[in-house]
Design a protein around this ligand. Structure first.
Ligand code: ADP
Length: 230
């Protein structure tokens, strides 16, 4: 469960990025977050992953109260939340399998465990045949699949996909969305941010619209109602 109770974030330059934001997301939900540039989406994500800390209010994620966690708890937070980005952020000099394994290596997993887990994860994202490829030998859609496999290898309860289709053509974008839906069916909470109007409207899932650091709309089977959008 993700709970934000009157959360405000003021950056050191006095910029108010979130203002008394209330948010409640149940386990296994699939939620899309939309908002114009500067609305506060990235800040919301950075507070969840503890890349930034909030100024006031309460944040509880998976039973962890962010007011009481110490720097030593941050790796625990990160293990519960996988994140994928628009620009994939793969290691260019490592093969696909190594990119995925790396996330387990840094958490101290044993070699045997890694050898077992990586092929399973590549199979889930449909990339079994690409284990030995380098990222620059893959299409954008395939790179995003690698990033998703890497984010999931530690079995997080929550997957945040921050504009995952922003660099993809419509066909690849849809394949990534289908994959996120599959992952959600397997029981992972998925938080998606996107500017893609077609995707939001076709998903018919919960849509939260943020504007100037506040939630202005929160609807089951919501629609994309911002100006612009692709
Ligand atoms: P979005 O992801 O929806 O584009 P952001 O969360 O990045 O929105 O930004 C929300 C507001 O906070 C904007 O006004 C932005 O300029 C400001 N902001 C974001 N990051 C910082 C930062 N590190 N320092 C100061 N202001 C920031």
């Amino acid at each position: 469960m993700i709970l934000f109770d009157r959360v405000t974030k003021v950056y050191p330059n006095q910029q108010v990025a979130l203002s008394g934001l209330n948010l409640h997301i149940q386990p296994k939900e699939f939620v899309t977050i939309v908002g114009s540039s500067g609305a506060g989406k990235s800040t919301l994500i950075k507070l969840m992953t503890r890349e930034e800390s909030h100024t006031s209010g309460k944040i509880i994620v998976g039973g962890l109260d962010y007011d009481t966690i110490t720097p030593r708890d941050v790796p625990l937070v990160r293990r519960r939340i996988g994140v994928v980005f628009q620009d994939f952020k793969l290691l260019p000099n490592r093969r696909v399998g190594e990119n995925v394994a790396f996330a387990l290596e840094v958490s101290g997993a044993r070699g045997r465990e890694i050898k077992r887990a990586v092929p399973k994860m590549l199979q889930l994202v449909g990339l079994s045949s690409k284990e030995q490829a380098f990222p620059n030998e893959l299409s954008g859609g395939e790179r995003q699949r690698v990033a998703i496999a890497r984010a999931l290898i530690r079995q997080p309860k929550i997957l945040i996909a921050d504009e995952p289709t922003g660099n993809l053509d419509p066909k690849n974008a849809w394949e990534i969305i289908e994959l996120l839906l599959k992952i959600n069916r397997f029981g992972t909470t998925v938080l998606l941010t996107t500017h893609n109007k077609e995707i939001v409207n076709a998903l018919k899932r919960r849509v939260i619209t943020i504007n100037r650091g506040r939630i202005i709309k929160d609807e089951e089977q919501g629609r994309y109602t911002l100006e612009g959008g692709k």
